[in-house]
Design a protein around this ligand. Sequence first.
Ligand code: SAH
Ligand code: AVI
Length: 313
Amino acid sequence: MTSYAEELARDIRAGLSSGQKQIPSKYFYDERGSRLFEEICRLPEYYPTRTEMAILEEHAGAIMEPFTAGDLVEMGSGANWKICRLLDAAAQPHGAGIRYVPLDVSESALQAAAEELIRMYGGLEVLGIVADFTRNLDRIPDDADRLITLFGGTIGNFTDAEAAELLEGVSALMRRGDRFLIGMDTVKDTDLLEAAYNDARGITAAFNKNVLNVVNRELCATFDLDLFDHVAFYNETSDQIEMHLAARQAMAVEIAALDMVVEFENGETIHTEISRKFSRERAIRIFEDAGLAPQRWFTDENGWFSLVELVRR
Ligand code: SAH
Ligand code: AVI
């Protein structure tokens, strides 16, 4: 199995050698990055979290009604906000009968969240898995009924091909009776979308730039964060927010652990994230292609976010 360090080294070497420089977005989430993401979730401009929370608040009872015992799996779990809505709606108090299985690449976020949850729900068993859900879905236990969740619109952080592979992977895991609850951000007004990724307090900018801290720390690199600008815009052709880090001047950055020097031209960017927004038609198509069928579709009054309950076809 490839370790995190080996994979990071491979991804950074490949990503910073390519024509359009890029860094995969999963490297945002070290301890500071996970904290910054939580701050983003509280921002007035960042509508996805509060909208998905409101949908959960309204429908958690209906979602949990058929689920009295088994594994509640959360992929890309981060903090506990959303899972608490489901646990609070469980038939038995304190999570009794349910094993919570969070899976996340961020060990620090996973550890803190699991400890907090155990304190909050006395009867809850927690099995935390530090893993990459694009590669390690086989680590999800399969000895109980499962409600698998992927909240936050995280599916949007993957290209079409990556998302298809992920959904097919989850579909292949599912047996009769298992359900998959997926949160998806929807196509909407460009100004609203761009404001959500360019907040006035600059938290998203700090989150974006933090990936350079990760590379500096893990690979002994010399990125100067002050020499990069946060850039986020909505690409209406591909229905996605694109985040970049743009060099303020021409420079050379050394990455000692890779024995590599990366040259930047003035204005050249590193592409750090896509965040796709889905129409219902597109969502249905990608579910169908993965062998998944929507059972229930929950949304808010503005149609800004969707939570879709899927079963295997
Ligand atoms: N589910 C939370 C957090 C979303 S942020 C919410 O809805 O608010 C995305 C989370 O997914 C982070 O905790 C990050 O560490 C995790 N993550 C990103 N890419 C991942 C991957 N490939 N495998 C596992 N976890 C990943
Ligand atoms: C985790 N993910 C769904 C967030 C998003 O909106 O794409 C990550 C994020 N990037 C910038 N702000 C939030």
